[in-house]
Ligand binder design. Structure first.
Ligand code: SAM
Length: 280
């Protein structure tokens, strides 16, 4: 692992194409990615200001306050993770998970089928139960609820004008999209990010909600010990203008600055954002 030097290897300066980035993703290692990002210190639940509790807190609020509910919730670029739908699974009749990488889809299917997994999601479920005012012991009921509402784990490519297969959704689209750390990690530059946002917007019904979590100013992250993936370096103003240009009304924006002890050599993220927006 090369830390900061990984930037060069990542290809940010070389100007990776979307196609080259897709090739990188073939070596995505779900277990390593989960280890880098979803174990302590980032995923320690003793302090609500740690990264993962911050993410879960915003998702809990987004799904419990206001009218973010309905028939179909689609998670775009789920990766090998489940935390992002633990609140939403209570508010939608169907949840569709999706990812570009087959190994990630397999990891999700394994969990859905109760097979062995690269990460124990129990503390995440327990934390979300506490946010919902339930006993942490209710975590297995919540896990069961999630297993019962996830109807599909689909291949997706945000760089295609139709990212999902045409029969995946009704013609009116999903009621809500959620996407965490996907678009900026899948896009080599801002133009590509903007196009990808437009593509996923076509999956959402008019008046539906978009919940986005992502990184600001990040230029690379590791998705395996030797796999440094370049990301588009996005700032807050670019994010807001991308959303506006794609027809979204921004309802909520929160920025989290990573404390020193949450910064790692496996990425150069220094801040993260949570966005709640509505398709106009
Ligand atoms: N959503 C997970 C999370 O919150 O940790 C995973 C985020 S990971 C940084 C980026 C994800 O984007 C990976 O799972 C990757 O497979 C997916 N991805 C990469 N290129 C993509 C593409 N063209 N279309 C859709 N997803 C893509």
């Amino acid at each position: 692992m090369e830390g900061q030097n990984g930037r060069e290897r990542a290809g940010q300066e070389k100007g990776f194409s979307e196609a080259e980035l897709k090739t990188c993703y073939q070596d995505f290692d779900p277990a390593a990615y989960l280890q880098y990002n979803y174990t302590p210190p980032r995923a320690s639940f003793d302090n609500k200001d740690n990264i993962v509790p911050w993410q879960l807190g915003w998702l809990h609020r987004a799904f419990t306050e206001g009218d973010v509910k309905g028939d179909i919730l689609v998670d775009i670029g789920s990766g090998p993770t489940l935390y992002q739908v633990m609140s939403g699974c209570e508010r939608f009749r169907r949840v569709i998970l999706s990812d570009f990488v087959e190994a990630n889809r397999r990891e999700l299917q394994n969990w859905l089928q109760g097979k062995s997994n690269s990460l124990d999601w129990t503390p995440f479920f327990q934390y979300v139960c506490k946010l919902e005012g339930r006993s942490p012991d209710a975590w297995s009921e919540k896990a069961q609820r999630l297993r019962s509402v996830v109807t599909d784990v689909l291949p997706i490519d945000v760089h295609q004008p139709h990212p999902l297969s045409p029969e995946a959704l009704p013609p009116s689209g999903a009621d809500c999209l959620i996407s965490c750390f996907c678009l900026e990690s899948a896009s080599p530059d801002l133009a590509s990010f903007n196009r990808a946002l437009g593509h996923i917007s076509s999956l959402l019904r008019q008046g539906g909600h978009l919940l986005l979590i992502g990184t600001l100013e990040m230029t690379f992250y590791y998705a395996a010990p030797e796999l440094c993936i370049p990301a588009v370096r996005l700032d807050e103003a670019q994010l807001c203008s991308s959303l506006k240009n794609c027809g979204f009304q921004l309802l909520e924006l929160s920025v989290y600055n990573l404390p020193q002890d949450m910064q790692k050599s496996t990425d150069d993220a220094r801040s993260m954002f949570f966005v709640k927006a509505k398709k106009q």
